[in-house]
Design a protein around this ligand. Structure first.
Ligand code: RIB
Ligand code: CA
Length: 308
């Protein structure tokens, strides 16, 4: 089995932590570090949760870095606040001290250095906006050649976005949040030659986090990761529809056989009423798009992996 070097850049949402939890169960992956981009979270509790989770799962050898980039369109405050709640889960607070190191450099500096130092090109698993990646690309032109591919939860190609025009006046609702937070960064990454694998709302809409799934997870709560996951998902059951956005993206690294992929040419609209919209465009860049997944086997896979 070949080992893929991976850096996870997440933005502190519920499914971001659980993506990391899933990633750590994969035998074919070596995680070089985790960067927290301050988008769907408040940075301090999100970094704390990330480090405590790594401690809990016995992986305090993996460094964590806090990105200091800023987006254009902040995520809703109510969503961001869940980082504070998760940080106070009893299961994450058995110890007085956190062992997983927080590196002294910013997330964007860490990402740049980790890529340049890596012995071979690295896969970036990005489950938040692309702003930190764009900052690393800006900081050194050699960074681009050290990225093997970007696997990104982002975009909405042939479906509606999840940005709500009622709370985001001036937008038409066509964008997905990870793009909308910083459309310019996404646009910038689209101009590179880095292979891009996209997990858009088109596929995630088919994979909801159901009440039955959470209850099933809860029955596995003698396993730490199942307990964390069941607690996390319970917090968002009142948010009118939660999906395996980031977890579905991450699963592709461990079980690509569960997915179908198609190639498209796509583009990002950087401004205007539809800023952050991703579109099929014959003049756009080549993009691998996760198209479908065997939903039943995906649920089984997650339940099995999190039984630890
Ligand atoms: O639109 C879904 C995305 O927004 C996911 O990455 C979720 O974690 C939130 O950040
Ligand atoms: Ca996310």
């Amino acid at each position: 089995m070949t080992t893929e070097l991976v850096i996870h850049d997440h933005d502190g949402g519920i499914d971001d932590y659980l993506s990391l939890g899933l990633l750590l169960t994969m035998e074919n992956v070596k995680v070089l570090g985790v960067v927290v981009t301050p988008a769907d979270c408040y940075a301090t509790p999100a970094v704390s949760v990330t480090r405590k989770l790594l401690d809990l799962l016995g992986r305090n050898d993996i460094p964590v870095a806090e990105s200091t980039v800023r987006g254009l369109n902040p995520f809703p405050r109510e969503w961001r606040q869940t980082a504070y709640i998760v940080d106070h889960f009893p299961i994450l607070n058995d110890a007085d001290d956190i062992m997983t190191p927080l590196v002294p450099e910013t997330g964007q500096q860490f990402l740049t250095r980790a890529l340049l130092d890596a012995p071979e090109p690295v896969t970036l698993l990005v489950t938040g906006p692309l702003t930190t990646v764009a900052a690393a690309l800006d900081s050194d032109p050699a960074v681009e050649g050290k990225i093997r591919r970007i696997l990104w939860m982002g975009g909405a190609l042939n479906v509606r976005g999840n940005v709500d025009p009622l709370t985001e006046p001036g937008h038409d609702g066509s964008a997905e949040w990870n793009v909308y937070w910083d459309p310019i960064a996404a646009y910038q990454v689209w101009q590179t030659n880095i292979p891009l694998v996209l997990c858009p709302l088109d596929i995630t809409n088919h994979v909801p986090v159901t009440s039955a799934f959470i209850k099933q997870l809860g029955r596995n709560r003698q396993h730490k990761l199942s307990e964390v996951a069941a607690l996390c998902y319970s917090l968002v059951m009142n948010q009118g529809g939660y999906y395996f956005w980031d977890v579905l993206t991450t699963g592709y690294l461990g079980r690509p056989d569960l997915y179908t992929v198609r190639e498209e040419t796509t583009a990002v609209l950087p401004d205007g009423l539809s800023q952050g919209r991703t579109v099929i465009d014959p003049h756009g860049r080549r993009t691998q798009v996760l198209e479908s997944v065997d939903v039943t086997r995906f649920y089984d896979y997650i339940l099995t992996q999190w039984r630890r």
